[in-house]
Design a protein around this ligand. Structure first.
Ligand code: AMP
Ligand code: ZN
Length: 464
């Protein structure tokens, strides 16, 4: 039942002791980076709490590969609660310190880089040492083992391999567990089904939206996953989804489905995971220290209140992050979990405190769409973004006015312009949107704050 019984069931006071020791090590290590070296130059004082690079424009390549050495007085916290005196780290901090500002080791110690989708301007990159990769793999093995995956299982990993952490993260974890892994990645549904059937996969890792979409291929092929496959377990994550969606996937496939949460900045998946009880996600507190804050005031909220999850890495070597604002909204669940694990549980993520959109697992900021459209001279300034559910998948649509001062073309040229806009957006976002070009001045204008995003996935009807 437990991959690492001692640490998973450690009593809370021993766990707090472990966390405090690791937190102090992380703070010392963090000060070896250019970013935290500067931020904590005067110790953990309020002066040090000023954002180190506020107002400094991002300079790609502005940070050398050699980390700064820790300087000045050290930061030694005598209790976990003192962490709240330290400032937050944000995605903008990561962007501004691109590429090496958070690195605490020589580049030659680094063996892996991952990057999150949905970044504007500089991407955010995350580096890993061999030990980081080892810890990450171990955490995934812990998650998989917790839900009953064993060596004799066959694991088909339908998450993207590459910069995205979903594919490789689970791959290494499954191998650590000793499970045969089929690194198929997403898409190509008929081939997925062929592998599922003939290699007798028992465990899958899949986007919830794709799990639902894949089912329609089973119907088309007149197969019933309940009868024609050997599936037992699915891990779903990378995008918000409801309890109803989980139950629906469980019903359609006749399997158990577990929620997997993570983000590239921490490692990727493996940060928080549902156990066999399926009542909230255990945050692996021996590796991450979680807090829930009010996203507006930044104050830590009383236990149980919903707010933004803030995470501090406790064991990361190449790139420790202190009080990282995830922007994900959740709450701590009260009480103990019947599974006997003592690590606190969070509720499923219900949304984000920023404007990031997640389209079939890919993170997108509306500003990326704006920037791409505005770089095309024949396109005007007013646009609308709509997101719908179509056959269980997210569908991104963009309505944009043409610029009549530049565009005087024929219908055929209009079509070409539309194709050009789709290609430019696809290159920027990594997803293919629907683009509809409309007459100048035909989209609504507002005197106040303009509303550009209409997300109909919650049930409201919409469509271009
Ligand atoms: P990335 O860094 O590209 O892997 O994206 C991480 C983001 O994906 C998180 O900050 C969440 O917003 C979202 N995400 C990941 N896992 C889940 C999950 N299980 N439920 C809801 N959202 C998730
Ligand atoms: Zn549990």
């Amino acid at each position: 039942m437990y991959w690492e019984k001692e640490v998973e069931t450690m009593d809370r006071s021993a766990l707090a002791g472990l966390q405090l020791g690791r937190l102090n090590e992380s703070l010392t290590r963090a000060r070896g980076s250019a970013f935290y070296g500067k931020r904590f130059a005067g110790g953990a004082s309020s002066e040090g709490a000023q954002p180190a690079y506020a107002g400094t424009p991002a300079q790609p390549g502005g940070y050398a590969g050699t980390p700064a050495k820790p300087a000045g007085s050290s930061i030694e916290l005598s209790g976990l609660e003192e962490l709240t005196d330290l400032p937050f780290t944000t995605k903008d901090d990561l962007r501004n310190a691109f590429p090496y500002g958070f690195l605490t080791v020589d580049l030659q110690e680094v063996i892996r880089l991952h990057s999150s989708s949905g970044t504007t301007g500089n991407p955010t990159v995350v580096f890993h040492t061999p030990r980081d990769i080892d810890h990450w793999g171990n955490l995934i093995a812990r998650c998989m083992y917790t839900t009953g995956v064993r060596k004799q299982d066959v694991f088909q990993n339908m998450m993207g391999y590459g910069l995205f952490t979903g594919g490789l993260g689970f791959h290494y974890g499954a191998e650590k567990l000793g499970v045969m892994t089929i690194p198929i990645g997403p898409g190509n549904s008929k081939r997925q089904i062929w592998f599922l059937k003939h290699l007798k996969a028992t465990v899958i890792h899949i986007l919830p939206s794709y799990a639902l979409r894949l089912y329609s291929f089973f119907e088309e092929m007149q197969l019933d996953p309940k009868k024609d496959l050997h599936l037992r377990i699915a891990f779903i994550g990378a995008e918000p989804h409801s309890e109803e969606i989980r139950r629906k996937i469980e019903e359609l496939y006749g399997i158990k489905v577990y929620n997997s949460y993570g983000l590239s900045e921490m490692c990727g998946p493996g940060v928080a995971f549902e156990c066999e009880c399926q009542v909230g996600l255990h945050v692996w507190e021996d590796h991450f220290y979680p807090e829930i804050i009010d996203p507006v005031s930044g104050e830590v909220l009383p236990e149980g209140e919903r707010g933004e999850l803030v995470l501090t890495t406790l064991t990361r070597e190449a790139m420790p992050l202190i009080r990282y604002r995830t922007r994900d909204l959740t709450r701590f669940l009260p009480g103990e979990c019947p599974c006997g694990r003592t690590h606190r549980r969070i509720d499923r993520i219900t949304g984000r405190s920023d404007d990031m959109l997640i389209i079939n697992g890919v993170n997108i900021f509306p500003i990326q769409i704006e920037k791409t459209l505005m770089a095309i001279p024949e396109i005007g300034r007013n646009y609308l973004i709509e997101i719908n559910k179509e056959n269980f998948m997210d569908r991104l649509s963009v309505k944009v006015e043409i610029n009549e001062e530049v565009f005087h073309g024929t219908l055929a040229e209009l079509e070409k312009l539309q194709i050009k806009a789709v290609a430019a957006l696809r290159a920027e976002l990594g997803v293919t949107p629907n683009v509809k070009l409309v007459e100048p001045s035909s989209l609504p204008v507002s005197e106040g704050k303009v509303r550009r995003v209409y997300d109909y996935r919650g049930g409201e009807q919409g469509g271009l």
